[in-house]
Design a protein around this ligand. Sequence first.
Ligand SMILES: [Zn+2]
Length: 254
Amino acid sequence: MLKIMVIRTLIDNYVWLVLNNNKCLIIDPNDEKLIIKFLKFYKLHLVAILVTHNHYDHTSGISILKNIYQVPVYGPKETKYFNDYTIEQNNIINILQCKFIVLSLPGHTKYHIGYYCNPWLFCGDTLFSAGCGRIFNSSIENMFNSLDKINKLPSNTIIFPSHEYTIKNLDFIISNNISLLNNIFIIKYYKNIVKRMYLNKVPSIPTSLYLERIINPFIQCTNSFYYKNKFIKLPNNISNFDYFKILRSKKDNF
Ligand SMILES: [Zn+2]
């Protein structure tokens, strides 16, 4: 049976593992010492490394793990020096009896990808709970379209971002009173739940697309949500994409 485990690394990173009995693959490995310890402790046999994008906190563990375990690395164009297989939109990877469909998700970086294995989406730094990734060497249009692509997946999609940013994102929403569905009370209520999770050292993610459509203004701005949802309220005379841009730049300075 397939199962997911997580290793919390660095300051706020999550390294996700997909397991089939004692075999596993790992996504975006960084702190290799911690990961090796974890694999030994749970007697796990690593079979592959999947990478979402070329940022150090997602790639720094690859070389050593690849060397020790002699496993293939799958990644986008931008991590080609690590890759055995360079992959792109709609490529399919069959590992551990799991079919991963590659989604091109540029925006945070130019060639960022995600891995979708129904109902799971490993989205790297594209979507966070109650927020989205910063724009580095790509464009705001790309980020908007990538979130829109995610938003076309079924609402029961379970989303595995790579960072624990939920409280900061909820603080941003609440302190700016951003409530496109007029539901700030729900967002405040959810923040209390997440706060209790933090106190008990419980990750606030994975999240679901269903929840993000209720609390996440970046997802709410995307076309596939905005045009279907008559309850959405934006400031007058502003398009959903322009509002998305304003939100992202406000968040950059928060
Ligand atoms: Zn990143």
